[in-house]
Design a protein around this ligand. Structure first.
Ligand code: PLP
Length: 362
């Protein structure tokens, strides 16, 4: 077997153990004589998988009883519309913090359905920092406040300690690229959503965690499939769910649970990212592009101080089995996405290569 270290921002690397289990169970799942992707979603065998996925996620994130977990389709991008359609229903206005492309897209989509007010933005400095706000900055009539907890492209994050103080307003978070990476208190949020393909499993399933009282108030124009109530009433089986993807997520949740849960992976993630950031900061050769205090644990964008070397870095890294390190075109340079499933050895190999490359190009 010859596996690369895959630093892709998404879809991203998965735990080898999970892939091996999936391979073993591919043609005959637990003696049922068929693959999970061939099962009726109404079968007991499948509903056990989905129930288990939900209960593991509840355990891992300490999701309170009064929140529902929905497994939906359409990616995080569909939530950009689904959230306003369901939540912008009292005063038809919501507040947004624009900390990157995804937050910006969420605000633009919400604008189609009501007033989507921009409270603060870090666009002035290529989204390299998290703007500070106080509770006075928010509209007390806002139906919700939307943030993106981890900015995948720019490598910044709202730390759990530094979430915006929105007073009594409902906070909604796009957690696509850092769900399950460190401990956030779900009760601080009214709704959390995340596409699976960064930290949970394959693309094609989107997890929504929503407080009960927010369900059942969608705008009249809301299509059936975009109404949270549709999926809540049907246990995420109003139509055929992405069964196989949910099954893989279940395997990932089991893997994380065996590791010791989110608290344990937070420690590992902090160690992994700190090692890489420390190397970058002390190298004299590379530079991190995000402000130190706002740095992401999951996405580490950096550049060679000599700009002309970036392309060569990416090319040579690939030859060493360190792949998908090219930064997003909005930032340039490199980005190492080091989600939960990226092992410490991947980081160590990357740092060794960086040392070598710096020496050869000093
Ligand atoms: C990847 C990503 C998205 C887009 O997700 P899709 O599932 O492709 O729609 C949205 N928000 C964030 C923060 C992301 O990282």
């Amino acid at each position: 077997m010859n596996r690369i270290y895959n630093f892709s921002a998404g879809p991203s690397t998965l735990p080898l153990e999970v892939l091996e289990t999936a391979a073993k169970e591919m043609t005959d799942y637990h003696g049922f004589g068929l693959s999970v992707m061939e099962m009726s979603h109404r079968s007991n065998a499948y509903s056990d998988i989905q129930d288990e996925a939900e209960s593991l996620l509840r355990k891992l994130l300490h999701i309170p009883e009064n929140y529902q977990v929905l497994f939906l389709q359409g990616g995080a991008s569909t939530q950009f519309a689904m959230v306003p359609l369901n939540l912008m229903n009292k005063n038809n206005t919501a507040d947004f913090l624009i900390t990157g492309n995804w937050a910006d897209k969420a605000q633009q989509e919400a604008q189609r359905f009501g007033e989507a007010r921009v409270v603060a933005s870090s666009k002035d400095k290529t989204y390299s920092y998290i703007p500070q706000t106080s509770s006075d900055d928010f509209n007390s009539a806002a139906d919700y406040v939307h943030i993106c907890t981890n900015n995948t492209i720019y490598g910044t994050r709202f730390t759990p300690e530094n979430l915006p103080d929105v007073g009594n307003l409902d906070l909604v978070a796009d957690m696509s690229s850092n769900i399950l990476s460190e401990v956030y208190d779900i009760e601080k949020f009214a709704l959390v959503y995340a596409g699976a393909q960064k930290n949970m499993g394959p693309a094609g399933v989107t997890v929504v965690i929503i407080r009960d009282d927010l369900i059942g108030n969608a705008m009249d124009i809301t299509p059936t499939m975009l109404d949270y109530q549709t999926h809540s009433k049907a246990g995420s089986m109003y139509n055929t769910p992405p069964c196989y993807n949910i099954y893989i997520c279940k395997l990932v949740f089991e893997w994380l649970d065996r590791l010791g849960g989110v608290q344990a992976i937070e420690k590992i993630n902090k160690h992994k990212s700190q090692k890489l950031y420390d190397y970058i900061d002390n190298s004299g050769f590379y530079r991190g592009t995000a402000e130190k205090e706002d740095r992401s644990l999951m996405n580490v964008p950096f550049i060679c101080k000599k700009d002309e070397l970036n392309a060569e870095f990416i090319k040579q890294a690939k030859q060493q089995g360190l792949e998908n390190l090219k930064g997003h075109r909005a930032v340039g340079g490199m980005r190492a996405s080091i989600y939960n499933s990226m092992p410490q050895e991947g980081i160590d190999s990357l740092i060794s290569f960086m040392q070598e490359f710096a020496k050869n190009n000093a």
